[in-house]
Design a protein around this ligand. Sequence first.
Ligand code: FES
Length: 154
Amino acid sequence: MSDTTVPISRREFCGACMASCATLATFVTACGGSPTGPSASARDLSVIQGQFANARVRVTTAGTPLANVGGAARVESSAGLFLVSRTSDTTFTVIDGVCTHEGCTITGTTTTEYVCPCHGSRYNLTGQVQQGPAKANLRQYASTFADGVVSIAV
Ligand code: FES
């Protein structure tokens, strides 16, 4: 058996490493910086405070994205976090605001999906998983609307 090992200098070895690292960085950047990161197309949800009393969280829509059909917001309350979207003049969808994958607060939205910032899971507006790693859907809550206030049954 012949020995085919060719000795190289430290300078040659480090030069090869630098070239490999530059190539890897190019690939990572081309993929959006992280192979599991959320898409840059998602924007941050507005945050609204909800008032919890008598097993309901009440959210005033005036002056918020929920004042208009198609608007969405994250509602914070002492009863939890909710993702609320307005589907018509009088109806809303309300789902849990905590990702079922590892419990991150969901902060991003597109026109049709909510996006978790931690590992990129996506849910539609009724909480069904559209893209993992999350496997379980978000819980949906019943709501009513009157006098400019969404009332979420929790
Ligand atoms: S915690 Fe949301 S995708 Fe991992």
